[in-house]
Structures are given as C-alpha cells and as structure tokens.
Design a protein around this ligand. Structure first.
Ligand code: FES
Ligand code: FES
Length: 156
C-alpha cells in the first residue's frame, strides 16, 4: 500500500506517493527525477548513492524514503551556489578527480560532508572520510588532491 510522504530536498518540499519499502535512492531517482545521485551496488558498498541528511553523509540505498521524512536532505543537485559550482565541485574539475564521473556525485557529497565538519582535514582524514566511496578510474590520488585544494580555498 502506498503512502503520501513529504521529503525536503535541497530546501524544497516534495510530496510523493511511495511504497513503504522503497529506498530513498529509488524515490530520488525514479519518482522525483533527481538522477544525479547514482545507483551503483544498491547494497551499501560503493558510496555512489551518498547524500547528506541533517549534515551527515548517508547512503541513500540503505535508508527508506519514509525514514527520511522531516529531515533535511541535500543531493548533488543542491550543492551548487547561485548557479556556480561549489568549491569541491570546482576542485574535482581542476584537479582531474573526475574520469568516467560515475562515482563523482557520491564523492562530492562525502567530501562536502567531511569539509563541513572538518574544514581543514589531514590527508588521513580525507582518506577516512572517503573510505566508503569507490572509484574504478582515478586511483584516488587526484580525488584526494581535489579535496585538499577545496579545503584550502574555502573561507572558514
Ligand atoms: S548504491 Fe548505495 S552504496 Fe552503492
Ligand atoms: S571517475 Fe569513474 S568511477 Fe570514479
């Protein structure tokens, strides 16, 4: 049986009819049309589906949409500011942290959550912060450089 829920995504409320067993990931992509959040493993192992909920990086394939009601959900579509890329997005482009791009939205969200908590993380802290996000292309070096650069360019 379907239930009408309200999800607050990137500051906007969305009313959506969901089955109670649907994940937030599937609702974002298939019901709301926000396909920036990627579906990799669908099993909590790759990080491609990372969003930020109430300030914490969360795997949207492991949370039900009904559990996300009343929370503040930030997706990759909401990260840019005034039509300009966020500093983390900018740094990923500048430092070549993007190749095929499939892992990138999840990487950006995990990096964003990390920098919001630790504005100037050490390399070890960056590695730990991104340890749940897999990339098949970059070898991670450029991704880590991008996050380090973003942390030095942001005004805190
Ligand atoms: S799709 Fe959620 S962790 Fe892989
Ligand atoms: S850029 Fe291709 S998986 Fe990371």
């Amino acid at each position: 049986m379907k239930e009408l829920i309200i999800l607050t995504i990137n500051g906007i409320e969305h009313g959506v009819l969901v089955e109670t067993h649907w994940t937030l990931l599937d609702v974002l992509r298939d019901k709301i049309g926000m396909t920036g959040t990627k579906k990799g493993c669908d099993n909590g192992e790759c990080g491609a589906c990372t969003v930020i909920i109430d300030g914490e990086a969360v795997l949207s394939c492991l949370i039900l949409a009904i559990q996300a009601q009343g929370k503040d959900i930030l997706t990759i579509e909401g990260v840019s500011q005034d039509g300009k890329p966020d500093t983390v997005q900018d740094a990923f482009v500048k430092y070549g942290g993007i190749q095929c791009g499939f892992c990138t939205p999840g990487m950006i969200m995990a990096s964003r959550a990390l920098l919001n908590k630790i504005p100037h993380p050490s390399t070890e802290e960056i590695k730990r912060g991104l340890s749940g996000n897999l990339c098949r292309c970059t070898g991670y070096v450029k991704i880590i450089e991008a996050v380090e650069n973003a942390s030095t360019t942001e005004i805190t």
